[in-house]
Design a protein around this ligand. Structure first.
Ligand code: UFG
Length: 339
C-alpha cells in the first residue's frame, strides 16, 4: 500500500514525501516537471535513503493517470500538482482551469475505478472572501479574486460533491497560508522558475546577489508598519500537517476543511529584518506602489487544526528565515547546484 503524492517534486510535495517516508509510509510520486526539477528526487533519496517510485505524468492525460493506479497499490492520494501563480492565472485563465480542474477530475475518476477512498487536497487561504475580521475561520465566507484562487475553490466544491455521492470517500482540503522555510539538510527548498512572485524566494535571491533589491509592495496598509501582514508557516510544519490529515481520514470524516497556518501575522518589514538577522546579509529594499489584488492582512484561526487534526505549527519565524537562507546559500543555482 502506498500514498500517491502528485506534484511530489515541487516545494511542498517534496517535503511532504520526505515526512511520509520518515513515517515508514511507501510513497509514489508523480510530477510533470513543469515547475519542478528531477534532481529533487535524488535529494529525497539523500535525506531518506529511500528512492520513491517516480512517474513523469501529466495528469491531464487520463490514460496515463490510470496507469499510475494500475502499476501501484495506492490507498491514498495527496494532490499538490497544480499551477499556482496568481498573476499568470489572470492572463491565462483557461490554461489554469484546464490544468487544475482536469488533473483533479482525472485523479478522481481513476480513484473511483481503483477503489481509492482517501484524498488530501492542497487548497489555499486565497479561497476566503477578503475580510477585515481576522483570524480567518474555516466557516467564513468564500470569494476569490483570481482564476488560480477560483480553481482551488471549484475543486473544493467538486470534492464536497464527490463525498456527498460516495459515503466511503474521505477528503481533507487543507487551506495553506504562506509556506516558507526549507528542509534542515539544505537539500530541499523553494526553487521557483524565473523571477519569484513570492516574498521569501525574492528575498533569498536578493541575498545571493541575483537581484539588487526587494520591492516592498506598499507601506500604506492599515497594519502595524503599513506593509502587508501574512501568516508564514514553515514548510516542515506544513508537511507534518499532511501526515495529521491522513490520520484524520482514518476516522472517515467525509469532506473535511482545515486551515494550516500558525495564527501569527508578520509584516513584510518584519520578515526582512528577521531574515537579515538570521543570514547576516543586508537586504536593500525600496517601497513601491501596492501590488494589485493584495490585501492588508491575512492570518489563520488554528483552533480547528489543533482540535481535529492535533496539529500545531512548531517552527518560529527565526527557523523559517534561517532554513530558507540555508537552502539558497547551498543551492545558488537551485537544484542544478551540485550537492
Ligand atoms: N511582497 C512584497 N514584495 C515582493 C513579494 C511580495 O512586498 O516582491 C509582499 C506582498 O505584497 C504581501 C507579502 O509580501 O504583502 C506576501 O506576498 P506573497 O506573494 O509571498 O504571498 P501572498 O500572500 O500574496 O500569496 C500567497 C500565495 C498564493 C496564495 C496566498 C494565500 O502566493 O498562492 O498566499 O493567502 F493564494
Amino acid at each position: 500500500m502506498a500514498v500517491l503524492v502528485t506534484g511530489g517534486l515541487g516545494y511542498i510535495g517534496s517535503h511532504t514525501a520526505v515526512a511520509l517516508i520518515e513515517k515508514g509510509i511507501k510513497v509514489v510520486i508523480c510530477d510533470d516537471l513543469s515547475n519542478s526539477d528531477i534532481n529533487a528526487l535524488d535529494r529525497i533519496f539523500k535525506i531518506t535513503n529511500v528512492r520513491p517510485k517516480f512517474h513523469k505524468t501529466d495528469l491531464k492525460d487520463y490514460k496515463k493517470t490510470e496507469l499510475i493506479f494500475k502499476r501501484n497499490s495506492i490507498d491514498a492520494v495527496i494532490h499538490f500538482a497544480g499551477y499556482k501563480a496568481v498573476g499568470e492565472s489572470v492572463e491565462k485563465p483557461v490554461m489554469y482551469y484546464e490544468n487544475n480542474l482536469l488533473s483533479t477530475l482525472n485523479l478522481l475518476k481513476a480513484m473511483k475505478k481503483f477503489n481509492v477512498k482517501n484524498f488530501v487536497f492542497s487548497s489555499s487561504a486565497t479561497v476566503y472572501k477578503v475580510s477585515d475580521i481576522m483570524p480567518l475561520k474555516e466557516n467564513f465566507p468564500l470569494a476569490q479574486t483570481n482564476p488560480y484562487g477560483r480553481s482551488k475553490y471549484f475543486i473544493e466544491e467538486i470534492l464536497h460533491d464527490v463525498c456527498i455521492s460516495d459515503k466511503n470517500m474521505n477528503v481533507a482540503a487543507l487551506r495553506y497560508f504562506n509556506p516558507i522555510g526549507a528542509h534542515k539538510s539544505g537539500l530541499l527548498g523553494e526553487n521557483p522558475n524565473g523571477i519569484p512572485n513570492n516574498l521569501m524566494p525574492f528575498i533569498t535571491k536578493v541575498a545571493i546577489g541575483k537581484f539588487d533589491k526587494l520591492k516592498v509592495f506598499g507601506n500604506d496598509y492599515p497594519t502595524k508598519d503599513g506593509t502587508g501582514v501574512r501568516d508564514y508557516i514553515h514548510v516542515l510544519d506544513l508537511a507534518k500537517g499532511h501526515i495529521c490529515a491522513l490520520e484524520k481520514l482514518k476516522e472517515k470524516p467525509g469532506f473535511f476543511v482545515c486551515n494550516l497556518g500558525t495564527g501569527k501575522g508578520y509584516s513584510v518589514l518584519e520578515i526582512v529584518k528577521e531574515f537579515e538577522k538570521q543570514s547576516g546579509v543586508e537586504i536593500p529594499y525600496e517601497i513601491t506602489k501596492r501590488r494589485p489584488g493584495d490585501i492588508a492582512e491575512c492570518y489563520a484561526d488554528c483552533e480547528k487544526a489543533e482540535k481535529e487534526l492535533g496539529f500545531k505549527a512548531e517552527y518560529s519565524l527565526a527557523d523559517m528565515c534561517r532554513d530558507s537562507w540555508n537552502f539558497q546559500k547551498n543551492n545558488p543555482e537551485g537544484y542544478k547546484s551540485v550537492q
